[in-house]
Write a protein that binds this ligand. Structure first.
Ligand code: NDP
Length: 246
């Protein structure tokens, strides 16, 4: 196991990709705190699954749109885990709408949850991270290109912002041997983007592999980036999209 003794916080990990990331980190030996917004029961199930692996696990209710809640979640995780080595900014929302139609409320929600929260969480986590620390944010393949059709402009913007932020932060934290990266999923079968949902066939058709990915495909990549094997990878975005942007 590559993460024995490490302590991780994964935001938005009651369901979908975040839950898989939390379990993948635990499978490599990490103790894990997770945040969620509404799904207390699902979060408790993730905690139980991690405990079944022999690791410590904690669930923290925190709305990523709420700055104080984000800051508080870092402090709660540090207290529960006894420190912090790995922050995974996964919580994210999708609001569709062409620019001429999208509401200011949806624009604010996308920017607050997808962009501001990772910045605020990173800012709060930095004082706690030591040598070998990791900050990994979950972006999107729509940060590089936007082949999914109309209505994705603001979501794509919110995800591309994570790359520039992580490049800058990698420069700031490199001297402390802390790496900062983005993982950009393609179409992964979750509640946000179900393989059998209205966009499923279109999104499947643009991949090279001809299929959606599984949440474990992202969990495995994050566990790798968190491990010492990825010690020389920083300031970059790694895309896991079945060749959708090939
Ligand atoms: P889901 O909608 O399936 O799950 C979202 C998770 O984030 C849930 O645990 C949810 O908590 C939590 N969450 C949502 N909003 C908030 C909030 N305001 N505060 C705290 N937690 C919140 O999403 P996915 O698993 O599909 O997506 C995870 C990440 O991956 C997102 O950043 C998304 O943008 C990105 N992504 C996903 C892709 C896909 O195809 N699925 C493709 C590219 C990127 P709760 O259960 O309490 O609501």
């Amino acid at each position: 196991m590559t993460l024995t003794g490490k302590r991780a916080l994964v935001t938005g990990a009651s369901r979908g990709i975040g839950a898989a990331i939390a379990k993948a980190l635990a499978a490599e030996g990490a103790d894990v705190a997770i945040t969620y917004e509404k799904s207390a029961d699902a979060a408790a199930e993730v905690v139980q699954a991690i405990k079944a692996l022999g690791r410590r696990a904690f669930a923290i209710q925190a709305d990523s749109a709420d700055v104080a809640a984000v800051q508080g979640s870092i402090e709660k995780a540090v207290t529960a885990l006894g420190g912090l080595d790995i922050l995974v900014n996964n919580a994210g929302i999708l609001r569709l709408g062409e620019v001429k139609d999208i509401s200011l409320e949806d624009i604010d929600a996308l920017l607050h949850v997808n962009v501001r929260a990772p910045i605020v969480a990173s800012k709060a986590a930095i004082p706690h991270l030591g040598e070998g620390g990791r900050i990994i944010s979950i972006g999107s393949f729509f940060a590089d290109r936007v082949p999914g059709g109309a209505g994705l402009s603001v979501y794509a913007l919110s995800k591309s912002a994570l790359t520039a932020f992580s490049q800058g932060l990698a420069r700031e934290l490199g001297p402390r041997n802390i790496t900062v990266n983005v993982v950009q999923p393609g179409s992964i079968d979750t509640d946000m983007n179900p393989a059998h949902g209205p966009f499923g066939e279109t999104l499947k058709s643009i991949t090279a592999l001809g299929r959606y990915g599984a949440v474990e495909d992202i969990g495995n990549m994050v566990a790798f980036l968190a491990s010492p094997k990825a010690q020389y990878i920083t300031g970059t975005a790694l895309t896991v999209d079945g060749g959708a942007n090939a």
